[in-house]
Write a protein that binds this ligand. Structure first.
Ligand code: 9MR
Length: 560
């Protein structure tokens, strides 16, 4: 389908900082001038020439860049070019603050075992679902301490995504990202009110929200041996119903090394972070620290117990067919867990095998690849924990090498950004790729103090908010062309037209594993459909929202 006039100019539909780059992409390839007009009066406020012609490496669609970085006057505007007109946007300070707040609030809406009163949830108020106070032990998880007829209480946590299950592996990277955000920008969160029930207590809202999931994670450890259940789940996915209507039996399943090590990392990091709130949360930091030590010991005895759902289902009943998060390589989990334990204890023993093998580039974080999370923590704590200088140098170099590899050639891309340079960027949950690339770039800025990395990270935030080949602003509740039909059970079942706000859509994914019939393009950068059938391109997930919160909040903190 042909782009409408508005869709032919693509930009961050939320807005721009006065003193930062401002880029729009004009699709079509026509040359000439573009103008910035006042959105209300229509008066021309700025005029310049479009840049040279470029083309999407996926669709071949031609485009030109409208660079109006030199225009700094606060206000509300549109871009006009080549007969097209952009959605309206603002130029102002703190322009992404509402984005950061809403993306954190997105986690509140995902709370399990809690009713969401109107006072906090507005029209998305809903009843509590999943008390999870009577969770069965799946046959794969039976042990001396937890026999078959035993049930455990494992309430709270966040719903993982559009489904209602709770997965330790995916909680791991999510919590690591949020706790790192706090560790990296603590003062920013002194004044950051997300409008959650705990907003008026003495703990920052970011940590209050994380606590909801932390308390659940603690219940996933078997007190007898320190091992950690891989997930808490229904045997099969629920229908498109509200949480309180979803009452099928729930199970904890098999312990796994990935779950145990992600748990170690989160608990060790939480122990450090919550030590600063001992008077508000007495004993919490110590409990986290003890839990981390026990899960580490279990992992040492069980260094590679992988979660293989198909194999599990051959041996045990009932069959479990929900998300597997079946990581087949836990070497990076060892590095993340070891790094967090080192930062907690300052004991070098935890750092075995930490250096990247020669010639390897640090992989971008994802649920099954968490090495970089370990490196971020070593970077942050290299001085306080007295990291050996050789190691500290190697960690810095790895992060800089990755950031420079991301940046290399990005300004030659049709959309002039890091995201999408490599075809593999468009995978399931590609929005989290864009956000995690942004985070690496911000760490490179922390190391180098070079502002170019902040501007490149901002480019990826622009991508998520509208400067992309789908034309959508990918965070629900924001922009002019909004995601309205995410694959998210409450948003589908609640009878409210607008989806729950502050949730990041997964984004383009040419795999199209959901086989929805509503896709209009097969090109990687356009392979997105705003339809609730599309769990492969339009689901939401906690591990995608967390880097969105990080990127938006960190950029706000750095743009002050
Ligand atoms: O994010 C996960 C993606 O990397 C996998 O390719 C995909 C298929 O296994 O699963 C994604 O995670 C889903 C999880 O299994 C269940 N809850 C929803 C998650 C997001 O789609």
């Amino acid at each position: 389908t042909a782009a409408t006039a508005q869709e032919s100019v693509r930009l961050n539909q939320v807005g721009f900082y006065p003193n930062a780059p401002k880029i729009a992409v004009v699709v079509g390839g026509q040359e000439g001038a573009f103008t910035i007009k006042d959105a209300v009066s229509g008066k021309v406020a700025f005029r310049a020439e479009l840049g040279k012609e470029g083309a999407s490496q996926y669709s071949g669609k031609k485009s030109r860049i409208a660079d109006f970085s030199a225009f700094k006057k606060p206000g509300k505007y549109v871009v006009e070019a080549a007969g097209g007109k952009s959605h309206p946007f603002e130029i102002k300070e703190k322009v992404h603050r509402p984005v950061a707040i809403a993306a954190l609030k997105g986690f509140y809406y995902q709370r399990v075992s809690a009713g969401l009163p109107e006072k906090y949830a507005g029209k998305w108020a809903r009843k509590a679902g999943h008390p999870d106070d009577n969770v069965l032990i799946h046959a794969s998880a039976i042990s001396d301490s937890r026999p078959e007829n035993a049930a455990i209480s494992s309430p709270r946590g966040w719903y993982d995504a559009g489904d209602y299950n709770k997965y330790i592996v995916n909680s791991g990277i999510t919590m690591g990202t949020l706790l790192s955000l706090y560790e990296d920008f603590p003062s920013f969160f002194e004044d950051f009110n997300a409008g959650i029930p705990e907003s008026n207590n003495a703990v920052p809202d970011l940590l209050d929200e994380a606590l909801w999931n932390l308390r659940w994670m603690l219940t996933m450890q078997d007190p007898a041996d320190g091992g950690v259940y891989h997930k808490l789940t229904n045997p099969r996915f629920d229908g498109m119903i509200m949480p309180d209507a979803a009452t099928k039996p729930r199970y904890v399943v098999q312990k796994s090394t990935a779950a145990a090590l992600d748990f170690v990392a989160v608990m060790a990091q939480a122990a450090r972070v919550f030590k600063g709130f001992d008077s508000q949360l007495p004993g919490l930091a110590d409990s986290c620290s003890a839990a981390a030590v026990r899960a580490w010991a279990w992992s040492k005895q069980n260094p590679a117990v992988l979660y293989n759902q198909e194999e599990m289902n051959k041996q045990f009943e009932p069959d479990i067919v929900t998300g597997a998060y079946g990581d087949r390589d836990v070497s990076d989990e060892w590095i993340w867990a070891g790094s967090e334990m080192f930062a907690l204890t300052h004991n070098q023993e935890y750092l075995k095998g930490i250096v990247l093998p020669a010639g390897q580039v640090l992989p971008l974080p994802s649920w099954n690849q968490v090495k970089a999370l370990g490196y971020y923590t070593l970077l942050r704590h290299s001085e306080s924990a007295k990291l050996e200088s050789q190691l500290a140098t190697a960690v810095k170099k790895s992060i800089m090498d990755l950031a420079d590899q991301l940046l290399d050639g990005a300004d030659q891309q049709a959309y002039r950004m890091v995201m999408g340079k490599n075809a593999r960027d468009y995978s399931w949950g590609s929005s989290s790729v864009a956000a995690n690339q942004g985070i690496v770039l911000l760490y490179a800025h922390k190391i180098s103090a070079d502002r170019k990395y902040v501007h490149a990270a901002l480019g990826n935030l622009d991508y998520l908010l509208g400067r992309n080949a789908t034309g959508y602003c990918l965070l629900t509740g924001f922009g002019s062309k909004q995601v309205m039909h995410p694959h998210h059970r409450p948003s589908i079942a609640d009878g409210i037209a607008e989806p729950v706000p502050g949730l990041l859509s997964g984004g383009p994914n040419p795999g199209q594993q959901d086989k929805c019939t509503t896709y209009t393009s097969k090109f990687a950068d356009e392979s997105f459909t705003d339809a609730d059938c599309s769990y492969a391109s339009n689901e939401i997930a906690i591990n995608w929202n967390a880097p969105m919160v990080y990127l938006a909040a960190a950029i706000e903190a750095l743009m002050k």
